[in-house]
Design a protein around this ligand. Structure first.
Ligand SMILES: [Zn+2]
Length: 305
C-alpha cells in the first residue's frame, strides 16, 4: 500500500511539473574550467544548463571537488574536462559516478591530432615533459575544434534542439575565425616575433599558431615559483639584446618575477590571460573567452612592436 502511494505521488509530481519529463528536461552540462564552460554556453544558448565547476577567481591547478561537486557530476548529462595533468583528480571521481547516458569529453581529445604530433616529434621523456602543454584552448584554432565537438555532443544528447545548437555553433565559429584573423594580423604586421614571460608559460599552442618564439621562466603550469638566477639573467639579457618592450605575466600570478625583470630592463609588464579561470567580477558580468582573447590581442600588439 505504501509503495502504491509512493508511485501515485511520484506520478502526480511528474505530471504536475513541466520540465520534469525526459523530453522537456534541459540538458545539464558541467565543465571543470572556464574555456569549455564558455564554449558550451555559447553553443547551448538557453537550451541547456551549463555550469563551471571551478569557483571564479580560484586556481585551477589545486582544485579539489567537494562532495556537492561530485553529486553534480553524477547528475549531469555532459561532463567536460581538460584531460591533462592538472585535473587528474577527475579519473578517480569519474570511475565512481559515471552513468550510462552520460557523455564525457576532454579538451585534449578534441585536439588529439595536435597532441600526437607534438609527442611524436620528441625524442626523450624529458623533452615531452618540457614541451607538453595541456592548455590547448589558448589557440583560437583549437577552440574551434573544441566548440565543434561540444556542438556535436549536445546535438546527440538533445536531438530536439540540434538545429539551435548548429546555428549557435556556426555563429560562434565565425567569431573565433575573426579572433584568429585578428591575432594573425598582429603577428603579420609585427616588428618582432619574440615574446618573453616572467612567469609560467601556458601558451605553447598559441605561440605555435602565430609563429612566435617564446622565452619563459617556467613551462606550462609548473608549480615552481622561484626561478634560478641564471633563468632570470637569461630573460633580462634577451630583453636588453632585442629591445623587447614588454615582459608578460599571466593571470592569478603574484607578478613578482615579471616586476623584477621589468625593473631591470625598463620593459613594461603586461598581462597575457591564459583563460584557465576568470575573476569574480568578470564572471558575474558575463565576460567571454572572446573578450579576454581580444584584450590579449591588444597586449600582444604592444609586445611585438
Ligand atoms: Zn594550467
Amino acid at each position: 500500500m505504501k509503495q502504491l502511494l509512493f508511485f501515485t505521488l511520484a506520478a502526480a509530481l511528474l505530471a504536475a511539473s513541466p520540465g520534469y519529463g525526459q523530453n522537456d528536461k534541459p540538458v545539464n552540462v558541467i565543465a571543470t574550467i572556464f574555456p569549455p564552460y564558455d564554449f558550451a554556453r555559447e553553443i547551448a544558448g538557453d537550451k541547456a544548463n551549463v555550469t563551471m565547476l571551478l569557483p571564479p577567481a580560484s586556481e585551477s591547478h589545486s582544485f579539489e571537488p567537494t562532495p556537492r561537486d561530485i553529486i553534480a557530476i553524477q547528475n549531469c548529462d555532459v561532463f567536460i574536462y581538460v584531460g591533462g595533468e592538472s585535473d587528474e583528480w577527475v579519473n578517480g571521481v569519474l570511475s565512481g559516478v559515471i552513468t550510462s547516458g552520460m557523455k564525457i569529453m576532454t579538451l585534449m581529445d578534441c585536439v588529439e591530432a595536435v597532441k600526437e604530433e607534438v609527442v611524436e616529434g620528441m625524442e626523450s621523456k624529458e623533452e615531452i615533459n618540457s614541451e607538453y602543454d595541456e592548455h590547448v584552448w589558448t589557440s583560437p584554432r583549437n577552440a574551434k575544434l573544441i566548440a565543434q565537438k561540444i556542438s556535436d555532443t549536445l546535438s546527440e544528447v538533445d536531438a530536439a534542439n540540434a538545429d539551435t545548437y548548429k546555428q549557435n555553433t556556426a555563429r560562434y565559429l565565425a567569431e573565433l575565425d575573426e579572433l584568429d584573423a585578428k591575432f594573425q594580423a598582429v603577428a603579420d604586421s609585427a616588428a618582432r616575433k619574440t615574446i618573453v614571460f616572467g612567469d609560467r608559460f601556458p601558451f605553447r599552442y598559441f605561440a605555435d599558431a602565430y609563429g612566435l618564439a617564446y622565452f619563459a621562466a617556467f613551462p606550462g603550469c609548473s608549480t615552481e615559483t622561484e626561478p634560478s638566477a641564471a633563468t632570470v639573467k637569461f630573460l633580462i639579457d634577451k630583453i636588453n639584446a632585442e629591445h623587447i618592450p614588454v615582459v608578460f605575466q599571466i593571470e592569478l600570478s603574484n607578478g613578482r618575477m615579471a616586476a623584477a625583470i621589468s625593473e631591470s630592463t625598463g620593459a613594461k609588464t603586461l598581462l597575457l590571460h591564459s583563460c584557465h579561470n576568470i575573476s569574480k567580477s568578470d564572471f558575474e558580468s558575463g565576460v567571454r573567452y572572446l573578450d579576454i582573447m581580444t584584450r590579449n590581442a591588444e597586449a600582444l600588439k604592444e609586445a611585438l612592436n
